[in-house]
Design a binder for this molecule. Structure first.
Ligand SMILES: Cc1cc2nc3c(=O)[nH]c(=O)nc-3n(C[C@H](O)[C@H](O)[C@H](O)COP(=O)(O)OP(=O)(O)OC[C@H]3O[C@@H](n4cnc5c(N)ncnc54)[C@H](O)[C@@H]3O)c2cc1C
Length: 416
């Protein structure tokens, strides 16, 4: 039976990077992927455009992962966004940077990135085996010995688990890595959705389905206290709220709801104007358009779809003549523009989340090597670890960086 130096379990960005690094350094490496091809999730990233990374400097980059971000420092020190960009250039994937420092391939084609990555893995000499779901880890006296696929055993000096999280299970990420890690004694921090759309109470959000709001501020209230805020873009859906800033705020909201806390969300539709400036603007508009109907004034303030909703919520007829709007009604409009509220009832399921929060406890993994502190020769990379970042290219960079480090470390581990 062939004995490999390195077995990589899972052919996502983390696993492909790990396998390519190990093989590139001369290790006899096999990549085991349970689907018919590696990189299924990578193909759909960034709405098919693949937000590869972000140009944020390291300290800021790490902040986008919350408390556990510190664990990634060593991996990022070794292989960070400029290294990824150089790496991609060598594969003839040229990049461009967009608003918010988000880095995309110039051809905006996640499929092409995935194909280039698979090609690179092959060129490094990795043997890729698809339709190979690993069901068990083989361990002897706290050392990894190999893996089992059905009735077949594969033996190796090192095994890298890069099985991803639990979101979008049709791509192959079904949480197998958590079970494999637990079976050899690792703790798995409870998994839950992160970067997930939110479900709102009432019928207002569904009425606005499809409407996207840009340059707005969202504030999150947990048990009545303001806890978080963000600025940017959001989207109304048939069940509630989605879009970049909602997804970014969702992790903390999911956690609060797990603790049975009340969550409400306030949209500031005019964040550039404080109350007095907004009031001055409304007074001016009411004066200028005094003889026209209220909805014509709102046209200058709101997207069309929002106008009837605004009128209903503040209780002013859209046909009311502007010079008949009272001071109290003006104050009501002003308050609503700064605080358009939604009670949050829940969140969509993990299968619809962009990433999974929770995972293999990072206190049991060496951040300098990605090696397990419990089982010699066992490594972890990518989303299977308890690290998850905001939208903006942070998660793919984490997968590539931890994959890079695990692949390199697996080779440098002294052969048994
Ligand atoms: C719709 C969507 C869009 C996204 N867009 C972006 C984006 O633009 N930018 C960004 O930074 N992040 C994005 N993400 C997140 C990013 O895709 C993931 O964080 C990243 O793919 C994680 O990489 P990974 O290699 O750890 O795991 P995955 O990509 O999930 O790969 C894991 C692989 O392991 C395989 N596998 C699982 N179990 C087994 C087993 N038992 N045996 C063998 N193989 C197994 C799976 O089939 C899969 O191929 C997006 C996610 C989604 C769902």
């Amino acid at each position: 039976m062939t004995k490999y130096h390195t077995i990589v379990v899972g052919g996502g960005p983390a696993g492909m990077m790990a396998a390519g690094q190990a093989a590139g350094l001369g290790a006899n490496t096999v990549l085991l992927e349970k689907e018919t091809a590696p990189g299924r999730k990578l193909r759909i990233t960034g709405k098919g455009r693949c937000n590869l990374t972000n140009i944020a400097p390291l300290p800021e980059f790490i902040e986008h992962f919350g408390e556990n971000g510190r664990f990634l420092r060593q991996a990022f020190n070794k292989f960070f966004s400029p290294d990824l960009v150089d790496f991609l250039k060598e594969m003839e994937v040229t990049i461009m940077t967009e608003r918010g420092g988000r880095v995309f391939p110039e051809n905006e084609d996640a499929q092409a990135v995935t194909d280039a990555m698979i090609q690179w893995v092959k060129l490094q000499g990795v043997s890729i085996r698809t339709k190979s779901p690993v069901g068990k880890l083989l361990v002897d006296h706290d050392s990894i010995m190999g893996v089992r696929i059905g009735d077949n055993e594969l033996h190796a000096d090192t095994v890298i688990i890069a099985t991803g999280g639990m979101s979008y299970p049709a791509t192959g990420s079904t949480g197998d890595g958590y079970r494999l890690a637990q079976s050899v004694g690792h703790t798995v921090v409870p998994v839950r959705p992160a970067l997930v759309p939110l479900i709102t109470a009432g019928s207002v959000a569904p009425r606005l389905q499809g409407l996207s709001l840009k340059n707005i501020r969202v504030r999150v209230y947990i048990d009545g206290k303001k806890r978080l805020e963000d600025f940017g873009e959001m989207l109304f859906t048939h069940f509630g709220l989605s879009g970049p800033i909602i997804l970014t705020l969702s992790g903390a909201i999911v956690d609060a709801m797990r603790e049975k806390k009340n969550v409400s969300l306030s949209i500031d539709l005019k964040p550039a104007l404080d109350e007095s400036k907004l009031d001055a603007r409304l007074l001016r508009d009411l004066d200028t358009y005094g003889k026209r109907q209220f909805h014509t004034l709102l046209k200058g303030l709101l997207p069309k779809k929002l106008i009837p909703v605004c009128c209903d919520l503040i209780g002013i007829s859209s046909e009311k003549i502007n010079n008949q709007i009272s001071a109290a009604e003006r104050r009501k409009l002003r308050a609503w523009l700064k605080d358009f509220r939604f009670d949050i009832n829940g969140h969509r399921q993990i299968k619809e989340a962009i990433v999974t929060a929770g995972g293999v406890d990072i206190r049991e993994v060496n951040p300098r090597t990605m090696e397990s502190l419990l089982i010699k020769g066992l490594f972890f990379a990518g989303e299977v670890l308890d690290v998850n970042g905001d939208t903006g290219g942070y998660n793919l960079q984490a997968a590539f960086s931890t994959g890079w480090l695990a692949g390199q470390s697996a080779v440098h581990l002294k052969k048994r």
